[in-house]
Design a protein around this ligand. Structure first.
Ligand SMILES: [Zn+2]
Length: 383
């Protein structure tokens, strides 16, 4: 899982969407490890690969993007949760029932290892998969992994029938900024999309956004439907509602995104204070969930093994390894139970209800369960 990779990343000076050359740096997190790197336990963190991680803002199209290309290729991590499976069923029904799609439509999916696949569920509700141009082109967290957003969008538009619909789901910058989701800024996710920025990108390819709605998965996503059209194309009222929310949160301006950077400082301080206070009081705190977010979270906050000695994870591939950039070991969930901690910090906060239920069912009854974002708080009190 710590696949050898080149360190040939390069600085990005032109917008990944509109090619504007006036990108503004709004956050610099320094050099951080790759999110799929889990070195063997006992090895020295000083030897872990690290690459520059920062955010830049485009004053022309409002897109926020990584300051450098990412080390690659990325090894997909086992992240299939029950939540993701249920979401695929829900999204298939939502796309079938949308007034923008039609019965018997053909389907093409541009998926991702992280977002799971929707094609099977979409076929189950009546869509027909094709490799040719399709009535419905679905991008399920695929495009956000593309270094070149404009080129990736062109590929999807090419796959779209003349009167077809492009449906995309992405982690919504509105949720990322307002939820202080500093651990979603990571290598391998080059772009952080708002509807404002996506609408700009679509317009350059002759597409009009016709519908948009939020989905609660992964900490807050947005689903956006677009089709070929012009200024006269009818749009659902929710499109303007989402744009208004983004404007109110400052996401069409540089200052709004600078608040995301400021959140890093706030999260770092409160997490370190919380864990140091627990240690001083003799309370043992362990972690749960060695997902991709954990690498950024621990790297950004500087939490080390003295504050969080182990993180449990259900994936056997990660057990016996450590989280890159730290000495924190990944153990099996049963080892977490054996430690009988006073508190477990859930690093996979986006699926906290599912993890809480699993840990309680497995017999972790005494420990309090907490999450660190948007600020440290308990999600379940032990008893
Ligand atoms: Zn741009």
């Amino acid at each position: 899982m710590s696949a050898p990779r080149g360190d040939a990343v390069r600085e990005v000076t032109r917008c990944r969407s509109c090619r504007c050359a006036r990108l503004v740096t709004i956050l610099d997190l320094g050099d951080l490890p790759a999110c799929d790197d889990f070195p063997p336990s006992g090895s020295d963190p000083a030897g872990d690969g690290r690459w520059p991680l920062g955010l830049r803002w485009c004053p022309q199209c409002t897109l926020v993007q990584l300051s450098h290309t990412s080390p690659g290729p990325e090894t997909p991590l086992a992240t299939t949760s029950r939540t993701a499976g249920a979401h695929a069923v829900h999204m298939a029904a939502a796309l079938r029932d949308s007034p923008e799609t039609k019965g018997g439509a053909t389907l093409r999916e541009f998926g991702s290892a992280h977002g799971g696949h929707w094609a099977d569920e979409l076929e189950r509700v009546g869509f027909t998969a094709t490799e040719a141009v399709a009535d419905l082109v679905v991008d399920n967290h695929g495009l956000i992994h593309a270094e070149d957003l404009d080129a990736a969008l062109a590929e999807r538009v090419e796959a779209l029938a003349d009167d077809g619909v492009l449906a995309i789901e992405f982690h919504h910058a509105l949720a990322q900024v307002t939820g202080h989701q500093v651990d979603t800024i990571r290598h391998g996710h080059p772009v952080y999309l708002s509807l404002t920025a996506w609408q700009h990108a679509c317009a350059r390819h002759g597409l009009v956004v016709v519908d948009a709605w939020p989905e609660p998965v992964y900490g807050g996503c947005l689903v956006v439907l677009a089709r070929r059209g012009d200024e006269g194309t009818v749009r659902a009222p929710s499109v303007d509602a989402v744009l208004a929310q983004e404007h109110a949160a400052g996401l069409d301006r540089e200052e709004g995104y600078r608040r995301w950077g400021a959140a890093v400082t706030g999260v770092r301080r409160t997490v370190l204070d919380h864990l140091a206070a627990a240690r001083a009081a003799g309370r043992s705190v362990l972690g749960y969930g060695a997902g991709s977010k954990a690498v950024t979270f621990l790297g950004v906050t500087g939490v080390d093994a003295s504050l969080l000695p182990v993180v449990a994870d259900a994936s056997p591939d990660k057990q016996g390894r450590r989280i890159a950039g730290t000495s924190i070991e990944v153990v099996a969930p049963q080892d977490l139970l054996a430690h009988d901690p006073d508190e477990v910090l859930l690093l996979t906060w986006d699926i906290a209800p599912e993890v809480t239920e699993q840990l309680r069912a497995a017999g972790l009854t005494r420990a309090d369960l907490s999450v660190a974002l948007p600020e440290v708080h308990l999600v379940s009190v032990g008893g």
